[in-house]
Design a protein around this ligand. Structure first.
Ligand SMILES: NC(=O)c1ccc[n+]([C@@H]2O[C@H](COP(=O)([O-])OP(=O)(O)OC[C@H]3O[C@@H](n4cnc5c(N)ncnc54)[C@H](O)[C@@H]3O)[C@@H](O)[C@H]2O)c1
Ligand SMILES: [Zn+2]
Length: 388
């Protein structure tokens, strides 16, 4: 069993444990004193169907009582209504301050459970059992929790650290290919902003990674967690360096919104990374070859490098935006104007005193914050991903 420890003010706060099953969890929880604590496993319909029973089997012998709370899968559930139902469940099951929540699922479950844990009785403990690639390398680490409010993403939230992040890497076998590839967007980002050797390693091990070889996944996920951990340890409240994790997210978020969340987050980050790499190349911060290499790598992992209108495969889980959509509302990927991409970017919250906080590569493997990106550069970048 391999682990990483996350510190805050030089004090160890929680461990991130890597395993190939749920079996090591009992050992990891040995000093959690569960025999006197109630546990509520929070999950959503799809993930619960695969893993709820296995997790209960591990927790039942350890805990005073194990209950569950399962909500419909998808971003459309990540809101205060679901949190309210969870509070009701906890109150009716007599949960008190010393009891524990377990988030079993992707980022939606992790964010919502963490927020409920931060607020129920002014804060109770929770642990993360992330099941999507994105949740394993990104959302389960760093203590950001929250829910959407109407059409506003992550509008209500709190910083609340988990007591443990436990990853069973085998659960990725049931994740859809498209969700897995989307998670790769954030992972390739980690290499580009912090560690070019890691980026090259990924390229060399692409087949093993895409075939979900557990050894390759263990190395991949551990290194990404380490990169995210190092950044959040140095900047826990997002006042400085943590902004580097937004590489690819500035124009990426604009595309995500304009496409009404029918594209997955990592796909939009991929487009945003192409834009940021384009500006970095135009400014001479990365070479033309490196720019081409980034595009080739994203494509090799199945990520888009330009808007591919209309032709993405989608299943029910992929088409749920913030607000529940009817099947008839799903229109696939639509063409966008460069102008609307840039205008939407300007409206995004990452603006500071009128200037967009842009993350560029200087050079690849080392990201920097830049507030001088001009209108002309933004328009050219939006055009390079196919904005009209
Ligand atoms: N807190 C943070 O720092 C942070 C960072 C990034 C993203 N987020 C949030 O994370 C959310 C996105 O996370 P996500 O991509 O994991 O979304 P998600 O939780 O909706 O999971 C994506 C899909 O994969 C399915 N799934 C998950 N694990 C599975 C498994 N093992 N087998 C089969 N299916 C599985 C889910 O049912 C869902 O359909 C967003 O709400 C975003 O705002 C938070
Ligand atoms: Zn992201």
């Amino acid at each position: 069993m391999d682990k990483l420890t996350v510190h805050f003010d030089d004090q160890p706060i929680y461990d991130i444990v890597f395993s190939e099953s749920f079996d090591d969890l009992s050992q990891v929880l040995a000093d959690f004193h569960l025999s006197s604590r109630r546990v509520c496993i929070v999950s959503e319909s799809r993930v619960a169907g695969f893993y709820m029973e296995a997790l209960k089997d591990v927790l039942r012998p350890l805990a005073r009582e194990v209950v569950d709370f399962v909500f419909p899968e998808g971003e459309a559930s990540k809101n205060l209504n679901t949190v309210q139902k969870l509070y009701e469940r906890l109150i009716l099951a007599h949960f008190d301050r010393k009891d524990l929540l377990v988030a079993l699922g992707g980022g939606v479950v992790g964010d919502l459970t963490g927020f409920a844990a931060a607020t129920y009785l002014r804060g109770i403990d929770f642990i993360q059992v992330p099941t999507s690639l994105l949740a394993q390398v990104d959302s389960s680490i760093g203590g950001k929790t929250g829910v959407d409010f109407d059409a506003y993403k992550n509008m209500v939230g709190a910083f609340h650290m988990p007591k443990l992040v436990y990853m069973n890497l085998s659960v990725l076998k049931t994740l859809s290919r498209r969700q897995f590839v989307s998670g790769m967007g954030e992972i390739i980002k980690h290499g580009l902003i912090k560690d070019l050797d890691y980026y090259h390693w990924m390229k060399e091990h692409r087949e093993d990674i895409l075939n979900l070889d557990l050894k390759a996944l263990a190395k991949l996920i551990r290194r990404s967690c380490e990169i995210k951990r190092d950044v959040v340890e140095r900047d826990p409240k997002e006042q400085g360096e943590r902004a580097l994790l937004n590489f690819g997210h500035t124009l990426g978020h604009a595309v995500e919104k304009l496409e009404n969340f029918t594209m997955l987050h990592g796909e939009c980050v991929s487009l945003g990374m192409v834009c940021a790499a384009f500006i970095s190349r135009e400014r001479g911060m990365i070479t033309g070859e490196m720019y081409e290499d980034i595009l080739e790598t994203l494509k090799a992992f199945g990520l888009p490098v330009a808007l591919e209108t209309g032709n993405l495969e989608m299943d029910a889980s992929d088409v749920r935006g913030i607000v529940e959509l009817d099947a008839s509302d799903v229109r696939g990927i639509v063409a966008l104007d460069a102008r609307e991409i840039v205008d939407t970017t300007r409206l995004d919250k990452k603006m500071e005193a009128g200037a967009i906080k842009f993350i560029l590569l200087d050079p690849a493997g080392h990201a920097v914050i830049d507030k001088t990106v001009s209108e002309t550069e933004l328009m050219a970048a939006a055009q390079c991903i196919g904005g009209r």
